[in-house]
Design a protein around this ligand. Structure first.
Ligand SMILES: *Cc1c(COP(=O)(O)O)cnc(C)c1O
Length: 414
């Protein structure tokens, strides 16, 4: 099934015309497909078959509580990177016992909160963090379940800002240091070693970096087992890429099969942490053309949607597909830079796009379900977009559009 498609030239989300949503709720507008979210989660989950596993959706990709709730109802676990994300998971009906907690800078309060809620595992990223968790758990008379995030030093072959598994990155512990840290942790009070973890980057479009990383982690697992340190799970992280343009990432099934093949002999529960691959193509961002403007070098299609709403093109030079919401309108086709209202030259959604567009027409940015709203801001005092979830012919407003009053609600005059 196509979750987003054209019917008679009009762009639809499941069974709902997106032009109608834009007129009713205004733009910029995020629109998600519930069926796509569900089918994608089920694709991960079912590909593992009867291999013990837990699919922990990486909350940071799209943390709306309705999105989390859709996953929670299907039995998902969650990968979090802050106390705020844990609160969202709980608010959304997620089970803390299925939560793994990554991130290099966990604060004392966040560690206490996670221990009190009984999360599944801390993915520890340094020796100092291990010591802090040990002290806090001991003082609370609890045992903290931990794994160490190993940095396997493999090149994910992706954009430098979303590559995390190289020695020069701030994430995790090198393989050699991880060995020593496991030995030290095995003697620390309040620490229960549960697993081993890695996450090498995002938007990976080949299998090899994943399997190379697993090979390196497995070597370490073998060394540690020889000295009596055993694991109940291995967490392979997230990072599976999606199609924005002409990328050819492995399918979810191919990805899971490759992981299973590597790990099947180990009899460990496999945890994976997909973010982007779970939600990117379950969402679009709808913009309205305010003005057309001819420049000396390029034509500009100036839309009401900007880098504060969707920062991926500006931040990572990410290419995202932009199309007309209504393909039946009679407009001359021209090549445009699609730019927003923000006072930055880097404020664009796409460059050199052939579009048939006039002022007042709607455009749709595809693949905006991941790292879209979640990375949005109020820069230039722009209220953040509304979010809509579509399920067949039903429409739910899962986040109301922010108001102007919301912008300074927490501010005070001196
Ligand atoms: C961001 C992140 C993920 C998810 O990455 P995707 O590329 O969105 O799948 C998983 N695990 C950790 C630790 C992360 O930081």
């Amino acid at each position: 099934m196509e979750y987003f498609d054209y019917i008679g030239g009009s762009f639809v989300a499941e069974k709902v015309k997106v032009e109608d949503l834009a007129k009713q709720y205004g733009t910029p507008l995020y629109v998600y497909s519930r069926t796509c979210l569900e089918d994608t989660f089920k694709a991960f989950d079912s590909s593992f078959g009867d291999t013990p596993h837990l699919v922990c959706y990486a909350v940071k990709a799209n943390s709306n509580i309705a999105v989390l709730n859709v996953m929670a109802k299907l039995g998902a676990g969650f990968d979090i990177v802050s106390g705020g994300e844990l609160a969202r998971v709980i608010k959304a009906g997620g089970d803390p016992a299925k939560v793994v907690y990554s991130g290099v800078a966990k604060s004392k309060d966040e560690i206490i909160y996670a221990l009190e809620k009984g999360i599944k595992c801390f993915n520890v990223e340094s020796e100092a963090e291990m010591q802090r968790i040990s002290e806090i758990a001991t003082s609370l008379k609890k045992e903290a379940p931990v794994s160490i995030r190993v940095n396997p030093d493999v090149d994910a072959g992706t954009h430098p800002y979303i590559s995390t598994g190289l020695k020069k990155n701030k994430f995790g512990v090198t393989i050699d240091k991880a060995y020593d840290l496991y030995l030290a942790a095995s003697k620390m009070p309040g620490i229960a070693i549960k697993g081993i973890d890695c996450h090498i980057g995002s938007q990976l479009t080949t299998i090899t970096p994943f399997t190379d990383a697993i090979d390196r982690v497995l070597c370490l697992v073998d060394r540690l087992e020889k000295v009596g340190i055993n694991f109940s799970h291995i967490d392979v992280g997230g990072g599976l890429g999606v199609v924005y343009d002409d990328e050819t990432p492995p399918s979810i099934k191919e990805y899971v099969e490759a992981i299973k093949d590597k790990l099947v002999h180990k009899k460990l529960t496999i945890i994976c942490e997909p973010g982007r691959a779970m939600v990117a193509n379950a969402g679009v961002l709808v913009a309205k053309c305010e003005y057309l403007k001819e420049g000396e070098i390029s034509n500009f299609c100036i839309v009401d949607t900007a880098m504060n709403d969707l920062i991926r093109p500006s931040l990572y030079e990410a290419w995202m597909k932009i199309e007309e919401v209504n393909k039946n309108l009679d407009r001359p086709q021209k090549e445009y830079d699609v730019v927003g209202p923000i006072c930055e030259t880097g404020d664009f959604l796409g460059k050199g796009r052939k579009l048939k567009v006039a002022s007042g027409d709607y455009l749709v940015v595809r693949g905006a379900g991941a790292y879209g709203f979640a990375m949005s801001s109020n820069y230039n005092s722009r209220p953040r977009a509304a979010e809509i979830l579509v399920s067949a012919d039903k429409t739910y407003v899962i986040r109301a559009r922010e108001t102007i009053d919301d912008l300074y609600a927490l501010e005070t005059l001196v």
